[in-house]
Every structure is written in structure tokens, then in C-alpha cells.
Design a protein around this ligand. Sequence first.
Ligand SMILES: Cc1cc2nc3c(=O)[nH]c(=O)nc-3n(C[C@H](O)[C@H](O)[C@H](O)COP(=O)(O)OP(=O)(O)OC[C@H]3O[C@@H](n4cnc5c(N)ncnc54)[C@H](O)[C@@H]3O)c2cc1C
Length: 438
Amino acid sequence: MRNADIFHPDFTPSPYWWEAYRPAAGDLAPVPREARVAIVGGGYAGLAAALEFSRHGVEAVVLEQGALGVGASTRNGGSVSGGVNVGKSFSGRATEVDAERTHRLLSDASDAFALIERLIAEEAIECFWQKRGRFVGAWTPAHYAYQEKRLGSLNDAAQSGALMVPRERQREEIASDYYYGGMVVERSASLHPALYYKGLLEACRRRDIAICAEASVLKITANGSGWRVATSRGTVIAGDVVIATNGYTGAVTPALRRRIVPIASHIIATEPLPPDVAGSLIPKRRSISDTKRVLCYYRLSPDGTRVVFGGRARFTPADPLLCARVLHGYMTDRFPQLKGVRVTHSWTGNTAFTLDALPHMGEEGGLHYCLGCNGSGIAMMTYLGTQTARKIARVANAPCVFDGPEFPGHPLYTGNPWFLPLVGGWYRMRDRLDRILA
Ligand SMILES: Cc1cc2nc3c(=O)[nH]c(=O)nc-3n(C[C@H](O)[C@H](O)[C@H](O)COP(=O)(O)OP(=O)(O)OC[C@H]3O[C@@H](n4cnc5c(N)ncnc54)[C@H](O)[C@@H]3O)c2cc1C
């Protein structure tokens, strides 16, 4: 069916998650003339920062250029990692950092997981939070060996509950022979991304935090010891500014834009499957990802009826119909038994990769930022937003390991990722070669 009509009559080129919460501007909150802190970007990072400010009595305003939740925060796959992806570049390889730093990075990533779990419980956010673990399939035997090497540090630093599953036992995890075994990370979860976003938004509203939709930040200029933040709906004078624009970072902050490579990721959702088929695909209902350079990530929908399947069908934003065909092919490569299954939703969103494959918070030209989810930011961007607020409110006990002056750029990169289609083609070829030579 790869080239036949894979589309369900009810197909829509929008996120499956938006059936439960669709980004909306609502009644537009007026842009205040003054605020102690102005937060640019109303995704998980921006809302988590606003919530933390409110806990410490700091008045903050969130300025969002579109509807509330229009960025990656209602579009993602909903797999929450406890640190396994920290330091992974968009080639899927891990950055080389020394053992002591790796330990601290994993340990803070583990704190991010604890934070999101606590936040969901404290704010009673109904978002299908399920701690069922993740299976990361090894594309080659060498990848399996590499996973095995990382196991110890994941368990020591991030209490990941990681264990290896050899190929002979793979079918305990997934009804597929696509991989050479893989690693299970027990301390991972899944959620409904748009309902998590909605819950954060409601928590902000309960605290009367000003959340201004359709308020595009156009210019930020120094104003005495603070900032003048000009938006499409008025100007705010703020003491501090937090940039939380991640994969949508634009020309307003050119120095940050040069450090971020926005990479599109694409997802499809299938029509509801017969219960016996749905129940057999991923018997333990874990999230799945793999070690390929052009990786895929997938899971069952929270109600267990559909497959939600994501990957880099293209590295740039692309036609949802084209992406649906590519992803359907990737899905049936893994699950040939789904060949006749149709697609109901296909959508795309931007992630933000950094040149050292690490998320960052810090200050650039006096502006605070939290950026660079590297494809895995549900817990991490919630955490970095919170940590940035704690730093500005001067209540942080210790500096966060992701906070530092070293946020690398490249002299030839100005923020226009024109090279991504070439990189995508190169990685696809490398994936094929890795398997041929395995
Ligand atoms: C398809 C896809 C699948 C993913 N899957 C997973 C997953 O399974 N697990 C996981 O952990 N992570 C995943 N991610 C990553 C995760 O979604 C992000 O890391 C996270 O949502 C980032 O949150 P954020 O608040 O930093 O950014 P966003 O939610 O992207 O919000 C940034 C906001 O800034 C706004 N903005 C930009 N410029 C301006 C301006 N000038 N003025 C005002 N507002 C502005 C944008 O409109 C946007 O709403 C995925 C991402 C995508 C796209």
C-alpha cells in the first residue's frame, strides 16, 4: 500500500492531539505596559517559567506570537525521556564530554523528569501521564554494543532503570524483527502533549498570570537597566527578558538564532486499529525510538487504539501529505502487519538542535534564554524554563549544569539551515550503509 491511497476519508493535515486541545488565542489579554519579566514564547518553557515566577511573587508576562500552544508543545510525540537523549546530536550520535560532566548532565536531566512528574501531580494535570518506559531499538549490532556501554552511566547518574534486551527477546517489546535488540529505559513516560500544555495554561490562569496571545515580539532594546519589548499589540517595559522560542527563534534575537538549527519533525496518526492488532504491536505500551541517524519514534495513542508514528520524513517543514506517505512507509518497514492501515492525521513542527547537542540556558547580551531541546524537550524545556525563573528570582540553590557561557555557534552559520536537505540525504545513505556493513 506504500504508493496506494493511504489516507482515511477523515484525513486532516493537523495534529491528532488537537482533537483534545486546539491552540486558541481566546479573549486577548491586553499587553501590560510594565512587567518585572517579559517571557517571549508561550510553549512549555515559557509557561513553566511564568508559573515558577508566580510562586516567588515575581510578576511576569508571557508574549506569544500566535495562538496559545501553536509551537512544538502541542505537536510532539509525547514521549518523556529521563535523560537517555541528553547529548545526542541530530545525527543520533552522542557528544563527547568527560565522564564527570556526563554524570552531571544526566543527573540534571533526571531532575527534569522528576520535576515534570511533580508538576503534573501538584497541578492535577489530566494528560494521560503513564510511566511505562521506552524501548530504543538498535539499528546495527554495533549500536547495540554502544547502548550496552552507556547503560552503566545512565543507571548511575539518572537512575534510568536501563537494561538490554537481546534480539532473541525483542518480541517481548515490539511485534517486529526490524532491530538488533535494544535498550529498555524504565524511567521514561508518555503523556498527551496538548493536554499537558492545556494543564500548564490553566495553572497559569488560576494564578492570574498575563498570557498574551497574538503578541509577536518585534524588537527588544535596552532601556536603562531594563528592556523595552515592542510587540504587535503594544510595548512592555521589563526588568528582565526570557527568550523561550526554541525551534521558532527568529530575527528578533539574531545572536541566538545563529546557535540554533531548527529541524522539522513530522508525525502521523493511524485510524483506530482492531483491539487485538493494537494490543499486539507494543505489548508493554512503551514508547519506541531507534538508533538510526534518521530516527523514528512511535507509540500507541493514550487510549491504546492508534499508532502515533513520528520521524524525520524531511528535515525541513514539508507537505503533510508527502510526509504521511514517507512515514507510512517507515511504519510498515517496522510493522509490515500495518500495510492496510490508513492515516487520519499528519502534521509537523520545529525542534531546535544546538551545535554541541546540549540544551542551554544562560544570558546573551543581557537577555536570558532557555533553548535547544535537541528533539527531546517535554521534560527538559519545562525544567529549563523553571530553572531560568529560579535564577532570575534568585532562589536557585545551585547553578544548573545547562547554564553557562559556552553556547557554541559556527562562523559560517547565520541561522538559515539551507543545508538540511543535503544532510538528510547523507544521513539516510549512512543509515543504509551501516546496515549493509553490519
Ligand atoms: C514533531 C515533534 C515531535 C516531538 N516529539 C517529542 C517527544 O516525543 N518527546 C520530547 O521530549 N520532545 C519532543 N519534541 C520536542 C518538544 O516538543 C519541544 O522540545 C518542546 O515543545 C519545546 O517547548 P518550548 O516551549 O521550548 O518551545 P515551543 O513550544 O516551540 O514554543 C516556542 C514558542 O515561541 C513562539 N515565538 C517565537 N518567536 C516569537 C516572537 N518573536 N514573539 C512571540 N512568540 C514567539 C512560537 O510561536 C512558539 O509558540 C518534539 C517536537 C516536535 C516538533
